[in-house]
Design a protein around this ligand. Structure first.
Ligand code: HEC
Length: 132
């Protein structure tokens, strides 16, 4: 009887655990940045990136061809570590995350409640979805 009860309790715990892990963000469609970040990123893009790039290079088909299906960490690191080309590494974490949020937002990814942090482990587990 007690054994059966323990069995039922651990089954419930297991189901809860599965339910929770299903809610963890898995792709860029899961609201991994805030609208404020994306908005700030737009200003930063105009300030730091448009002398060499237009946003069209990072949206739609161009985006899908390079980034869809890769981990979010890959695009984040490309921005944070290699751009601007003439001053790599000059962006702070909050600038790099905002720029990344802007690019995701321009590709139709939804904003969410919590801001994106410069957390590579988290971003390694997030898949970049196709643009829309
Ligand atoms: C001085 C010019 C210059 C500036 C400023 C610059 N970039 Fe770049 N960027 C380049 C060049 C050149 C490449 C290489 C193109 C390639 O290899 O496809 C590149 C490549 C990239 C790529 C990868 C290519 C792709 O198709 O996705 C990303 C992402 C990127 N830049 C983002 C940015 C962002 C964000 C900024 C602003 C913080 C920025 N760049 C500022 C010159 C620049």
């Amino acid at each position: 009887m007690v054994k059966r009860l323990i069995g039922a309790v651990s089954l419930t715990a297991l189901m809860l655990l599965v339910a929770c892990s299903e809610q963890a963000p898995e792709s860029t469609l899961d609201g991994i940045f805030t609208a404020e970040q994306a908005q700030r990123g737009e200003g930063l893009f105009n300030q730091h990136c448009t002398r060499c790039h237009s946003i069209q290079e990072f949206t739609g088909r161009s985006f899908d061809a390079v980034w869809t299906g890769t981990p979010a960490a890959a695009l984040y690191l490309r921005i944070a570590n290699t751009m601007p080309l003439d001053q790599p590494g000059s962006l702070g974490n909050s600038q790099a995350t905002a720029l990344f949020a802007h690019i995701l937002s321009e590709n139709g990814m939804p904003a969410g409640e919590s801001p994106l942090e410069a957390d590579l482990e988290f971003m390694a587990g997030i898949l970049i979805a196709p643009s829309s």
